[in-house]
Design a protein around this ligand. Structure first.
Ligand SMILES: NC(=O)c1ccc[n+]([C@@H]2O[C@H](COP(=O)([O-])OP(=O)(O)OC[C@H]3O[C@@H](n4cnc5c(N)ncnc54)[C@H](OP(=O)(O)O)[C@@H]3O)[C@@H](O)[C@H]2O)c1
Length: 325
């Protein structure tokens, strides 16, 4: 019988555990629909929900969790909830987390991530999330390459671990150079994971090996390449789905889970959510063949302008990152 992805948990560097399969909650259209997505996922066995202040879905996740708790489907301690602090809230992550907790209707989250290692110019409520000048350029609080406010922001997140509001903290969209600059300034709490775009079209072994060496897990976002699911179309993914009699989505989740990475699929299709739970046991050779697809033909699908200058490879439109070997 095929194993279940929903039963795999990984150990974090602070001794806590995290379910390997997490539900992504960026809304497709009306964020209210996320409530049913969460209920469906939890009933299908997911125990990990990935959200963010920025997504505007926390309120509906809160409604879903309340219903699931009230009906006795799960208890609070059975579910791992991640939220994130957006760079326009860099100056007051504690306030951002308070807002998230209120929207989620929870006393604590399991994990708070620094969403991006930059500081954007936001007011006391983090608004606007993407401030622009009259020419349409992002307004940063300091230089996105040399600035250090993102480090101060991480240090403030560390203070949060000392409260009861989060069990762990982590990072997202950190390249190796950005993390190397943070590292000497970490006071006490290392990030438990780094959440980045990752799928067979975006091979990042160097990044993964670096973070593994630091004891930091990788959490893979956009596992099918986001809207339109371009990664699903890779012939090898289709072939493996047939061979193992699972969905292509399950092949793409297994690609991460079997190599120790967390994976965060998202879907507005409730049937699809229910059928991303099996864990086909791909061989080492098949995992390597999937990896080689991106070595030959690298594609990044999330190319947000706030990613410019962070030092990632293949970031379309990035005029700030200067060189790669
Ligand atoms: N930290 C960050 O900066 C960051 C950035 C991006 C994402 N994330 C997290 O990662 C999660 C997942 O990433 P993502 O939202 O970019 O997406 P994803 O899971 O790679 O892609 C989801 C999209 O693919 C479609 N899809 C999935 N399977 C399909 C199939 N078999 N056939 C056709 N279409 C299919 C879905 O459509 P349907 O709705 O029709 O299924 C949806 O539009 C997010 O929700 C979020 O929680 C984090």
């Amino acid at each position: 019988m095929t194993k279940l992805a929903t039963s795999v948990v990984f150990k974090l560097n602070n001794g806590k555990t995290i379910p390997a399969l997490g539900l992504g909650t960026v809304p497709s259209g009306d964020p209210k629909h996320v409530k049913d997505q969460v209920i469906t996922a939890v009933k299908a066995g997911y125990r990990h929900i990935d959200t963010a202040w920025y997504y505007g879905t926390e309120e509906y996740i809160g409604e879903a969790l309340k219903e699931l708790f009230d009906e006795g489907v799960v208890k609070r301690e059975d579910i791992f909830v991640t939220t994130k602090v957006w760079p326009s809230f860099w100056h007051n992550p504690a306030k951002s987390v308070d807002i998230s907790l209120e929207r989620l209707g929870l006393d604590y989250v399991d994990l708070v991530l620094q969403h991006w290692p930059i500081a954007l110019h936001g007011d006391e409520n983090g608004e606007p999330p993407a401030p622009k000048d009259k020419d349409g350029n992002l307004i940063y609080e300091d230089d996105p390459i040399t600035g250090e406010k993102y480090i101060q922001s991480y240090n403030k997140l560390e203070d949060l671990v000392e409260t009861s509001k989060t069990k762990s903290i982590g990072i997202s969209n950190y390249s190796i150079p950005k993390y190397k600059r943070l590292l000497p300034h970490i006071k006490k709490h290392k990030p438990v994971l780094n959440q980045i775009e990752y799928h067979p079209h975006l091979p990042q072994r160097e990044l993964v090996e670096y973070f593994q060496h630091q004891g930091i897990l990788i959490s893979a976002y956009s596992p099918v390449g986001s809207n339109g699911a371009p990664v699903i179309k890779i012939p090898l993914v289709q072939e493996l789905a047939k061979k193992y009699d699972v969905t292509p989505n399950e092949i793409l989740s297994a690609y991460h889970i079997l190599e120790g990475r967390i994976v965060l699929p998202r879907s507005s299709n409730l049937e699809r959510i229910k059928t991303i739970v099996r864990l086909p046991e791909l061989s080492k050779t098949e995992l390597e063949e999937l990896y080689q697809i991106g070595v030959k033909d690298p594609q990044r699908y999330i190319n947000d302008p706030w990613g410019y200058g962070l030092g990632f490879r293949w970031w379309k439109g990035d005029t700030l990152t200067k060189v790669f070997d």
